[in-house]
Design a protein around this ligand. Structure first.
Ligand code: HMG
Ligand code: MG
Length: 299
């Protein structure tokens, strides 16, 4: 049934590559996306239109997006934009879906996008409105929704306020993010039970990092809370360069294994994902993979 279907956005080309010592070429990014598409991935976050001084790894966004659209017209492709300038660049490149990035604390917004919280909220709302006027699909991150690396535990009331504002601003998905991977299943259960009161559950997504090895357990708690939209990154690569202590994302292969073994359909192939992990390892020149990789490779 539909309630047994989960929707995964693979964020490895964006979150996965934005903080790597090795910078992938546009060609290599396209090869990674080709492997994801072959593995059955239907939604990717491909890149970000941010300052190339802040994140040089994403400097080729304007070149990458039209090439993805030409090659995979059916692939849902989102791009992260921090402001109206990012939206303008994304639209010029032909992007069909954008994601704004609002953090739930003052300091995280300043470190990430050089704005205070109220300004970041304002800019996120303006960017969502402008994107919808252009006919684009939208996502809105609420980052540091559990803990902030600078301010400690984020008050739940603040997360609810910002999630509600992003929903009211028309965000197609409100993506609740555990930026530094510090959440626990109990926190996920509590926070999503409350979030369901302010955003319809089919508009909620969860974006988990796996710093403490809790990513899969947290994904299960989100599933139990009714969430069916997940971000994940093949091989578990990822991390925000402006959030100290942020390790990789929940690995797509871990999420798929967890979900499929529990009776949920993902549409993704574990074999296909392993090919993408192999490719990313060769490119980044270090071992990758989530918690299940050693077992998966023996199958
Ligand atoms: P700023 O320096 O305050 O910006 O940076 P500004 O408006 O003063 O402009 C400075 C320069 O940047 C100007 O150029 C602007 O034109 C340019 P100059 O005149 O010096 O040549 N500029 C831009 N260039 C390209 N694209 C743009 C853009 N905007 C201004 N969109 C800014 C503010 C937001 C630009 C900067 O801080 C930035 O780019 N930050 C990037 C942050 C980022 O990418 N973080 C990682 C992604 S978030 C994340 O990973 C978390 C997430 O995964 C969820 C989770 O896990 O929690 C999503
Ligand atoms: Mg992230």
């Amino acid at each position: 049934s539909d309630s047994q279907r989960i929707h995964i956005t693979d964020v490895s080309p964006r979150d996965g590559l934005q903080n790597q010592a090795v910078h992938l070429s546009t060609e290599a990014k396209l090869q990674l996306i080709a492997l994801l598409a072959e593995a059955g991935v239907q939604s990717v976050e491909a890149t970000s239109f941010v300052s190339p001084k802040a994140v040089p790894q994403m400097a080729d966004a304007g070149e990458l997006v039209p090439r993805i659209a030409a090659r995979w017209p059916q692939l849902r492709t989102s791009v992260l934009v921090p402001n109206l300038k990012g939206l303008e660049r994304a639209h010029a490149a032909g992007a069909q879906e954008i994601a704004v990035v609002l953090s739930a604390t003052e300091t995280m917004n300043r470190k990430n996008i050089n704005m205070g919280l109220e300004q970041a909220l304002d800019v996120s709302e303006q960017t969502l409105a402008a994107a919808q006027a252009l006919g684009l699909r939208t996502r809105a991150y609420v980052a540091v929704a559990f803990d902030c690396p600078f301010e400690g535990e984020t008050p739940l009331a603040e997360v609810l306020r910002l999630a509600a504002r992003m929903h009211a601003a028309g965000a197609g998905e409100v993506v609740v993010a555990d930026t530094i991977g510090s959440a626990s299943p109990g926190m996920v259960k509590e926070r999503f039970a409350a979030l369901r009161g302010v955003v319809p559950v089919d508009r909620l997504a969860v974006h988990l990092h796996d710093t403490r090895g809790m990513g899969a357990a947290n994904a299960w708690a989100a599933l139990e809370a009714g969430v069916r939209r997940f971000d994940a990154s093949v091989g578990g690569i990822g991390g925000c360069p402006f959030a100290p202590g942020a390790a990789g994302n929940l690995a797509t292969e871990d999420l798929v294994l967890l979900a499929e073994r529990s009776g949920f359909a993902t549409g993704l192939s574990l074999d296909g994902l392993l090919s993408a992990v192999d490719f990313a390892q060769a490119q980044l020149q270090r071992p990758l993979g989530g918690r299940s990789i050693a077992w998966l490779q023996r199958q």
